[in-house]
Design a protein around this ligand. Structure first.
Ligand code: MG
Length: 173
């Protein structure tokens, strides 16, 4: 199923590296040695989770149906115009973000506000009315936030950084 998701993202013009780049922007300040490859790998791993796959399939299907004007009203209008008060797109993304606990939540909030990297590109495509990305932008932010949380957790497990990003001095043996 993960391969199908990757294919679907490609059809929407996205690579895992695009999402990896968002993760890198989130985690870089806490983890100097982190590479784009590490981040992309974390995204790939998050995509193995069934709840993540289901959220992506559902949200992207709704975006595509809205592009084809196939949703029943009032949903067609709401999704097509990315109605700011709708909020179901964000709720769905939080389902992804929460997979690795609450660190993901802060990351998601940051990406949602900043619209960096691929999120800026989606936003532009939507403004030009070329595509509908009402769900996809939030889902990608959720995915990147979850992957960043996953990396943060594994760094914590190594024992040299606190969950808020503070580095601990190396333990002398
Ligand atoms: Mg949205």
């Amino acid at each position: 199923m993960r391969a199908q998701i990757i294919e679907l993202l490609a059809e929407r013009g996205l690579t895992l590296e695009d999402v990896g780049n968002l993760v890198l922007q989130l985690q870089q300040k806490y983890n100097n040695g982190l590479s784009l490859n590490d981040c992309t790998k974390a995204v790939y791993e998050v995509l193995s989770k069934r709840e993540v796959q289901y959220a992506l399939f559902t949200g992207i299907a709704l975006d595509i149906l809205a592009e084809k004007k196939m949703l029943p009203e009032p949903l067609q209008q709401i999704v097509e115009t990315d109605e700011p008060l709708y909020g179901v797109d964000e709720i769905m993304a939080l389902g992804i973000t929460n997979v690795y606990g609450s660190i993901g939540l802060t990351n998601f909030g940051f990406l949602d506000k900043q619209k960096v990297g691929v999120l800026a590109r989606l936003d532009k495509e939507e403004k030009l009315r070329e595509k509908v990305h009402t769900f996809l932008d939030d889902l990608l932010a959720g995915l990147a936030a979850a992957a960043a949380a996953k990396l943060a957790h594994s760094k914590v497990a190594e024992g040299n950084i606190l969950s808020n990003g503070t580095e601990l001095p190396a333990v002398k043996s």
